[in-house]
Design a binder for this molecule. Structure first.
Ligand SMILES: *Cc1c(COP(=O)(O)O)cnc(C)c1O
Length: 381
C-alpha cells in the first residue's frame, strides 16, 4: 500500500467485532482471565492494550519497520531507548538536538555512567573520528533541532555499521511521510508523536520503531519494565491525527518553502535555515534522503530588529514551545526549547541568542507572511 493509504488503513483498520470504522478506545487497565494461564492475549494495559497495539502496528507500517512501540511522551521513548545501554557505553550525538534529549543524556544517563560526545554529524569525517571502542551508537536528528542541519543518514549508517555500532534517528521533524530512516540503514527510529504525527497540539506521545526482532524484544521488555506507555485515549488521538498526516505535511511543506523564500529575499534577514532552499548546505542530501524539507524554519533578524519586540508583535502566529501542529508557532530556542543546553555549548554549535524557530502551520501562507512582516517592522529599534 502507498503511504497515503497506509496513513488511513495501516495498522489495525477499524474493529472486526462490530464493524466500527475506528479502532475502539479500550479504556481498561486489566482483562478477565478464563483460568490460570488462560487469557485472550491481553493481561494488563502497561503490558499491552488493543488501542495502543493498533497504533503501534500503524507506526511500524508507516516507518516500514517490523515493530513499533508507543510511549507517554517522546522523552519516555528516548528514556527507553537509552536504557538499552550500560555503564561505560558512550553515544555519539548530533551537535544540535532537542534540548530535552541533551538534558536526559547530560543529567540523567550520565549519572549512570552512560556518556556522550557531541559531534557535527553532517561532517562524516567527524563521525568517523568520534567512534572509538566505547561508543555503542550514533544518535542523529535530521534535520536537527533548531538549526535544521542535515545529516546523511545512509552514510552515517554505513560508517557506524562498519564499526559494529547502532544508529538511532529522531525522525520527529519529518515523520515517515517525508523520511523513513530504517530504509536508509538506521537501526532505531524515535518520534515525539506530540508534534506532526498527532498534529493538533493536543496530545503528548512518543514512538520507537525497529526492524530487528531481537532489538524489538529488548525494547518491549524495557517498555513494560519502565512503564512509560501511552494511554488508550491518547493512542486513539494519535491514530486520528495520523489519518490526516499526508495532507497536513503537504501544506506544511508548501507554506514553509514559500515563507523561507520570502524571508531569504526580504530586507530583514541576517540568516535563514531551511534545507528546502537551494542555497542551504544540506539541500542536496535532504533531496536525496527525504520527500520534502518539512515545516520547520529558523532565522535570525538583522541587528536593527529586536527579536523580543518581534515575538510580542505577532498577531496570528503564537509564541509557544512545541511544533508540528496545524497552527503556526514561534519560539526562542535560547530561552525555551534549548535552555537546558549550557550557553557555551549553544554558542559553539551556532544557536544564536537571537535565533527564532518557526513551526510553519497550515494557515493561509499570505496571512502568515503578512503577520511576520508587520511584526518585524514593529520590532525596528
Ligand atoms: C519535542 C521533541 C522531543 C521530545 O518529545 P516530547 O513528546 O516533548 O517528550 C524529542 N525530539 C524532538 C526532535 C522534539 O521536537
Amino acid at each position: 500500500m502507498n503511504i497515503n493509504s497506509l496513513l488511513i488503513h495501516g495498522g489495525i483498520d477499524g474493529d472486526e467485532t462490530t464493524g466500527a470504522v475506528n479502532v475502539p478506545i479500550y479504556q481498561t487497565s486489566t482483562y478477565r482471565q478464563d483460568g490460570i494461564g488462560e487469557n485472550r492475549g491481553w493481561e494488563y494495559s502497561r503490558t499491552g492494550n488493543p488501542t495502543r497495539a493498533a497504533l503501534e502496528k500503524l507506526i511500524a507500517d508507516l516507518e516500514q519497520g517490523e515493530s513499533g512501540l508507543a510511549f507517554a511522551s517522546g522523552l519516555a521513548a528516548i528514556d527507553t531507548v537509552l536504557s538499552l545501554f550500560k555503564a561505560g557505553d558512550k553515544l555519539v550525538v548530533s551537535d544540535n538536538i532537542y534540548g530535552g534529549t541533551f538534558r536526559i543524556l547530560d543529567k540523567v544517563f550520565n549519572k549512570f555512567g552512560i556518556t556522550y560526545t557531541i559531534v557535527n554529524t553532517s561532517d562524516l569525517n567527524k563521525v568517523e573520528e568520534a567512534i572509538d571502542e566505547s561508543v555503542k551508537a550514533v544518535y542523529v536528528e535530521s534535520p536537527a533541532n533548531p538549526l535544521l542541519t542535515v545529516t546523511d543518514i545512509e552514510a552515517v549508517a554505513e560508517i557506524a555499521h562498519r564499526k559494529g555500532k547502532k544508529v538511532i534517528v529522531d525522525n520527529t521533524f519529518l515523520t515517515p511521510y517525508l523520511q523513513r530512516p530504517l530504509t536508509l540503514g538506521a537501526d532505531i527510529v524515535i518520534h515525539s508523536g506530540t508534534k506532526y504525527l498527532g498534529g493538533h497540539s493536543d496530545t503528548i506521545a512518543g514512538f520507537v520503531v525497529v526492524n530487528d526482532e531481537k532489538l524489538a524484544e529488548e525494547l518491549y521488555f524495557l517498555q513494560n519494565s519502565i512503564g512509560g506507555v501511552l494511554a488508550p485515549w491518547d493512542s486513539f488521538l494519535m491514530i486520528r491525527g495520523i489519518k490526516t498526516l499526508g495532507v497536513r505535511m503537504d501544506r506544511h511543506n508548501e507554506n514553509a518553502i514559500a515563507i523561507a523564500k520570502w524571508l531569504q529575499k526580504s530586507p530583514y534577514i541576517k540568516k535563514v535555515y531551511y534545507p528546502g532552499l537551494e542555497s542551504d548546505p544540506g539541500y542536496e542530501i535532504q533531496k536525496k534522503q527525504a520527500d520534502g524539507a518539512g515545516g520547520m524554519i529558523s532565522f535570525v533578524l538583522k541587528d536593527e530588529y529586536d527579536y523580543r519586540k518581534f515575538f510580542k508583535s505577532l498577531k496570528l502566529i503564537t509564541l509557544a514551545e512545541s511544533l508540528g501542529g496545524v497552527e503556526s508557532l514561534v519560539c526562542h530556542p535560547a530561552s525555551m526549547t534549548h535552555a537546558a543546553i549550557p550557553e557555551e555549548i549553544r554558542h559553539k554549535v551556532g544557536i544564536d541568542d537571537a535565533l527564532i524557530r518557526f513551526s510553519v502551520g497550515i494557515e493561509d501562507k499570505d496571512d502568515l507572511i503578512n503577520d511576520l512582516k508587520q511584526a518585524i517592522e514593529k520590532s525596528k529599534r
